[in-house]
Design a protein around this ligand. Structure first.
Ligand SMILES: NC(=O)c1ccc[n+]([C@@H]2O[C@H](COP(=O)([O-])OP(=O)(O)OC[C@H]3O[C@@H](n4cnc5c(N)ncnc54)[C@H](O)[C@@H]3O)[C@@H](O)[C@H]2O)c1
Ligand SMILES: [Zn+2]
Length: 337
């Protein structure tokens, strides 16, 4: 299947041969490379192919790891006609994409995403970047890939926990953009209809990005659950919940805030809870220190001094709310303390 909504092709199905006239630098991580690097290399037809393996995990999505990728690109003497290829989850594609954005002021890159989260979300839309001490993805660039190859077969080795975390990003899109998809996820068990479920999710994101590449408004909907979720990840020093798990908790916090503000009715909120429940995405979480947590919320890069929230107004629509009084947010956080 080919999705062509954006300026680059998104292929969904068994990995096809990948042909390049120039050189290719494959960037992968220490978990994915032993599983799939050879398999990918067999598929690549290029003048020269190099590889660089980064340590796996969100904690390594940083400047030191980026330096390593850039060094390999210089060692391989890549020119602007050459290409980087990310093989891995969202950490690899965000980091390799950012390396591609800044290496010699930008060379093209392609993505072979190997986690569900990367297949339905991180590989689409051209956002790249790394984390630093101030928070997640605070250093980065818009640098769309030249092609994305989504092969659900890679997911066979993905740990169940990682798989479920990816579903959170699918539910996020259903809630903010597409009631039919929400119903679809309720009706069809994803493990039995995986390729179609992925394709639908990718199509939604591609449409959103096509309408609003630079996140003026519509694309903001993709941040549903993320202002809270990023704060949870940061508070846990990126060593607790997986990204998608933190987003799942963040969606419930956003729903609670939306209900408190009278934007969302409790029935819709309960329906979202029920869908999260179906996919085993409801978690016990306690905010350790509400004041400190609020400060982290304010530091999220989408915010000025007060946090901005994507809040669902019904299933399939959302609003971006900017000026919520601090005490309202604190009251919601108290129910998680
Ligand atoms: N650019 C965007 O638009 C965007 C959108 C959403 C998320 N993200 C970013 O994506 C990142 C999260 O992505 P992720 O969840 O893919 O994390 P990840 O890249 O860390 O992958 C999760 C783990 O699974 C392993 N793994 C990957 N593929 C595997 C496979 N097929 N079999 C077995 N193990 C495998 C990885 O080595 C890693 O240990 C975050 O940094 C987030 O900020 C970016
Ligand atoms: Zn996300």
């Amino acid at each position: 299947m080919l999705i062509n909504t954006l300026n680059y092709p998104i292929y969904i199905g068994a990995l096809p041969p990948i042909t390049h006239t120039g050189k290719v630098l494959v960037v992968s991580d220490s978990v994915v490379a032993p599983l799939y690097l050879d398999k990918l290399l067999e598929k690549i037809n290029a003048s020269q192919v190099f590889s660089h393996v980064i340590p796996a995990g969100e904690v390594h999505k940083n400047q030191a790891t980026l330096e390593g990728v850039l060094e390999s690109a210089f060692e391989a003497n890549l020119s602007r006609a050459d290409c980087m290829l990310a093989l891995g989850g969202g950490v690899v594609s965000d980091l390799a994409g950012f390396a591609g954005a800044i290496y010699k002021r930008g060379i093209s890159f392609e993505i072979v995403p190997t986690t569900l989260l990367a297949q339905v979300d991180a590989s689409i839309g051209g956002k790249t970047g790394i984390n630093n001490a101030y928070g997640k993805n605070l250093i980065g660039a818009f640098h769309p890939p030249k092609a994305v190859y989504i092969d659900p077969n890679f997911l066979q080795t993905l740990p169940t926990r990682e798989f479920k975390a990816g579903i959170a990003e699918m539910i996020k899109k259903a809630v903010c953009f597409d009631r039919d998809y929400f119903e679809w996820l309720r009706t069809y068990p994803l493990d039995q209809h995986l390729e179609l479920g992925i394709a639908k999710s990718v199509a939604i994101k591609a449409q959103v990005v096509a309408q609003d590449e630079k996140e003026a408004h519509l694309r903001m909907g993709l941040n549903y659950g993320h202002t809270f979720g990023h704060a949870i990840e940061k508070e846990q020093n990126y060593q607790g919940f997986l990204h998608g798990e933190a987003v799942a908790v963040g969606m419930q916090m956003a729903n609670a805030l939306a209900v408190k503000l009278g934007l969302l009715d409790t029935h819709a909120s309960e329906q979202i809870d029920a869908l999260l429940e179906i996919y085993d995405l409801r978690f016990d979480y306690q905010v350790p220190n509400i004041e400190a947590f609020y400060k982290i919320l304010c530091m999220d890069k989408k915010n000025m001094d007060r946090p901005r929230f994507v809040l669902p107004t019904r299933i399939g629509d959302f609003r971006l709310i900017e000026d919520i009084p601090q005490n309202m947010v604190m009251e919601v956080l108290k129910t998680w303390s």
